[in-house]
Design a protein around this ligand. Structure first.
Ligand code: NDP
Length: 242
């Protein structure tokens, strides 16, 4: 039986695709037939992910980008469109943890997290939506967090950045719908990857979600029918209290 590739003919850019959730999304998008731009700062890791997609019969190329630099973000989107002629799916996944209890959080730590998670997502959304408006459609998926809909002691900085992403997502979704563009957010709980491992005090290590569950969620959002939108989707750990 011929397997239908759900993202055939789609062009996708995934930021933060050198590891973790973004890598899982890039790999699964490639398997589903999308032409994938694998973007992050660690270019060699992006190249490895792109090579993995090509070895599986897909099409991908690696692009170095620092999402805190608006010129690099503009260049990322321009080059993707120049290479493949369009941009159908943009996954703004690049992000970092950081902060801790607010009384002990330095201004530098706060700025670092906000610059990457919120300002970086803003740069990517702005560059992506401009191309999608010209092209007449597309899907933008912003990687938020359960910390984008709730907050706990010790997560103030990160949570503020992810709540900011939720506001950005909601406003952009409203601006974009007249152009047949969907803008949505995924809000994962604790996912088994490097970010979790970097913050052992803040995030429970047990019963983690697979990054491939988040990748499936991204495919679901990107393959909804033309008249449907899911504004946000929370993918929590089965063992989490809610
Ligand atoms: P990882 O650390 O594995 O991935 C983060 C990715 O972001 C890396 O590919 C990193 O690549 C990239 N990145 C970080 N800073 C920048 C930057 N300035 N420019 C470009 N790329 C950057 O962690 P996760 O996979 O867990 O995180 C992915 C996203 O998921 C994040 O937005 C995170 O907040 C969110 N999330 C994660 C959860 C979890 O439990 N893991 C839960 C909820 C949300 P490089 O260093 O090569 O630039």
């Amino acid at each position: 039986m011929v397997q239908v590739k759900r993202l055939a003919d789609k062009v996708a850019v995934v930021t933060g695709a050198s590891s973790g959730i973004g890598k899982a999304i890039a790999l699964r998008f490639g398997e589903e037939g999308a032409r994938v731009v694998v973007a992050a700062r660690r270019y060699e890791l992006c190249q490895t992910v792109a090579a993995q997609i090509r070895e599986g019969g897909g099409e991908a190329w690696a692009q170095r980008v620092d999402v805190t630099d608006e010129e690099q973000v503009e260049a990322l989107i321009d080059q993707a469109v120049a290479q493949y002629g369009k941009l159908d799916i943009l996954v703004n996944n690049a992000g970092i943890a950081g902060g801790g209890h607010i009384a002990k959080t330095s201004t530098a730590a706060f700025d670092r997290v906000l610059n990457t998670n919120l300002r970086g997502t803003f740069f990517c959304c702005r560059a992506g939506i401009r191309h999608m408006i010209r092209h007449g459609g597309g899907t933008i998926i912003n990687m938020s967090s359960v910390a984008g809909v709730d907050a706990w002691a010790g997560t103030g900085t990160y949570s503020a950045s992810k709540h900011g992403i939720m506001g950005l997502t909601k406003a952009l979704a409203d601006e974009a719908r007249a152009h047949q563009i969907r803008v949505c957010a995924i809000c994962p709980g604790g996912v088994a990857d490097e970010l979790v491992d970097a913050s052992p005090e803040e995030i429970d290590q047990s019963g983690k979600i697979s990054p491939f569950d988040i990748a499936e969620t991204a495919i679901y959002l990107a393959t909804l029918g033309p008249h449907a939108i899911v504004h946000r989707i929370i993918v929590d750990r089965l063992g989490a209290e809610w």
